[in-house]
Design a protein around this ligand. Structure first.
Ligand SMILES: [Zn+2]
Ligand SMILES: [Zn+2]
Length: 327
């Protein structure tokens, strides 16, 4: 075996089918028993033009690198945000499935894992355990409901928090009773609070930790958001999508509801769920704004509001007071 699967995980996890496109794992182990991936058949994802394809964790662990056959093909890149020592970023290399990153957040009361990826290996488990004790896993929305039970087992059957309204999107069985469902908002550990904004999925959530907001694709960080010098007013740093992939935007009433929740949160940095390109995360920091933006109050939070107003207008609506799209 080339890559090292997590030691404390029951090997039955390794033979269950995983959708190659989205990374969601299913109970079936036989490719003839499962034809469709409901997550990919949903308009918020897509079946690729080459058709539905399956793999397993065992296939991923056993695939050698094409460059060096003694090395595994898949690994997890682990880095600490140089400006935020309490934020560790995990990314599978090479990219697998939808390619999201996940975050290990160090609180004084233990670690919270925000989001998971389909792949996990023992070196990554060792690296996370060296930082501290994992107390909880929190997943923002069903596109990341990939291998939650393997992740939970790898860290001692820790609880996995998902939105109650989206729980029917879990495709594997909770044999050990680790799933915790929640609504509205929840403090996972002191200092780490999740809030459901809805929109992309009914229970799509964000996580507030210290002065940082983790948004996955509940709020989409656009490429325009990451440059802050001599910017004219009016660019869009964020967008609000029901289907990110098929570019189906959220309508004004949903955007208003999202803002009603966000306006109460305090943050000066926003982390999206993906890299802009290899090694560069979608991160928008107030501390990186230039003097002009600072003077004009164009913070990350303001830019979310400003982008919401722009999206509503681009969809042909006037901004009216009842929308509540004000700071
Ligand atoms: Zn799928
Ligand atoms: Zn999504």
């Amino acid at each position: 075996m080339l890559a090292r699967p997590p030691n404390s995980v029951d090997p039955s996890h390794f033979d269950k089918l995983i959708c190659v496109r989205c990374g969601i794992q299913y109970e079936e182990t036989d490719r003839t028993q499962r034809v469709n991936c409901p997550t990919c058949d949903d308009p918020r994802e897509a079946v690729p033009p080459t058709g539905q394809a399956w793999t397993t964790l065992r296939d991923l662990y056993d695939t050698p690198s094409t460059r060096d056959t003694a090395e595994p093909k898949y690994k997890i890149d682990i880095s600490t945000d140089p400006r935020e020592p309490n934020v560790t970023i995990l990314t599978t290399r090479p990219r697998f499935a939808i390619g999201q990153s996940c975050f290990v957040l160090t609180t004084p009361h233990g670690l919270v894992i925000w989001e998971i990826m389909p792949f996990l290996d023992q070196p990554t488990v060792d690296a996370i355990n060296a930082i501290g004790e994992v107390k909880a896993i929190l997943i923002s929305h069903p596109h990341f409901y990939n291998t939650p039970f393997m992740w939970s087992e790898a860290f001692g059957d820790v609880p996995v928090y998902i939105s109650s309204v989206d729980k029917h999107w879990l495709m594997t069985k909770d044999l050990k009773g680790v799933i915790r469902t929640w609504e509205d908002e929840i403090e996972i550990l002191p200092g780490a609070k999740a809030t459901q904004l809805g929109g992309h999925f009914p229970g799509s959530s964000v996580l507030e930790f210290e002065d940082k907001l983790f948004v996955a694709d509940t709020i989409v960080v656009t490429p325009a958001a990451l440059y802050h010098f001599d910017r004219q007013e009016g660019y869009t740093g964020f967008s609000f999508q029901w289907s990110v992939l098929s570019k189906i935007p959220l309508a004004p009433p949903q955007i208003s509801k999202m803002w009603d929740r966000i306006r109460r949160l305090n943050f000066s940095t926003v982390y999206g769920g993906w890299e802009l390109h290899a090694g560069v995360m979608q991160v928008v920091r107030d501390s990186e704004m230039d003097e002009r933006e600072r003077k004009e109050g164009r913070t990350a939070k303001f830019k979310i509001l400003d982008s919401m107003r722009r999206q509503v207008q681009a969809m042909g609506h006037e901004i009216t007071p009842d929308m509540g799209l004000e700071l």
